[in-house]
Design a protein. Structure first.
Length: 225
């Protein structure tokens, strides 16, 4: 059920065509909820600021960028696409994306040299890299940039675009938001490949993509580590 704040935001957000999920589902997952920090890079994707200081992303931009990113990713051999998440909330979503689309997941610590050093034992040669958060996944971005590999990044209102070639403006910190955006990417990639019909859907649910709190180690403050 949408809270009153979400209902107000629905009225305020520009109408978007061809949404990948209903507006209610996208808002309930918080894809549009940013932080209280706004970078110059992200300014064009911000629709407004709430009274509590949180910047709100334009859900139409998020929807369109997911479509474009999926179309681009689908052009490559799955083994040449690398999806990265150093953040704990991104672990399950990235692993489920990889399971369904057969791309290569890297979760947790990104080992230096994985992309840039051919002598690294687990050396990878991706043709495109997808990162969950440019700030947390800076090592992957740095290495991809050094060898000319394009980077797609989920970017929140507090992110900058250094080293990023294509931005998906979205809440990249929320558990449910990450589950939804990676579920949508998985579905769209499979549709673009022709492995799903254009109106086909996944047998896996958004819940399957969401990191479960009970399975997570907690820091002293009870938040994401």
């Amino acid at each position: 059920m949408l809270e009153s704040q979400d209902i107000e935001e629905r009225e305020a957000i520009p109408r978007a065509e061809n949404l990948l999920l209903s507006l209610e589902e996208l808002l309930a997952a918080g894809l549009h909820i940013g932080t209280r920090i706004k970078t110059v890079d992200m300014e064009k994707y911000i629709f407004r600021v709430r009274p509590d200081g949180l910047f709100i992303l334009n859900i139409g931009d998020t929807n369109e960028k997911i479509r474009i990113a999926a179309k681009f990713i689908a052009r490559f051999e799955p083994s040449r696409v690398l999806a990265v998440s150093s953040r704990l909330y991104g672990k399950v979503p990235v692993e489920k994306l990889a399971e369904l689309t057969k791309i290569m997941p890297i979760v947790g610590r990104f080992m230096p040299g994985l992309i840039s050093n051919p002598l690294q034992p687990k050396h990878a040669e991706p043709q495109v890299v997808l990162v969950t958060d440019p700030r947390a996944d800076w090592q992957a971005i740095k290495e991809a940039t050094s060898v000319g590999v394009p980077v797609i990044a989920l970017c929140d209102t507090d992110n900058v675009f250094s080293g990023v070639d294509f931005v998906i403006p979205v809440n990249n910190k929320g558990r449910r938001a990450l589950a939804v955006v990676y579920w949508l990417l998985a579905r769209q990639v499979l549709r673009e490949r022709g492995e799903l019909s254009q109106d086909g859907t996944l047998t896996s649910t958004v819940d399957d993509f969401e990191t479960k709190l009970a399975a997570m180690p907690m820091g002293r403050g009870g938040g994401e580590m």
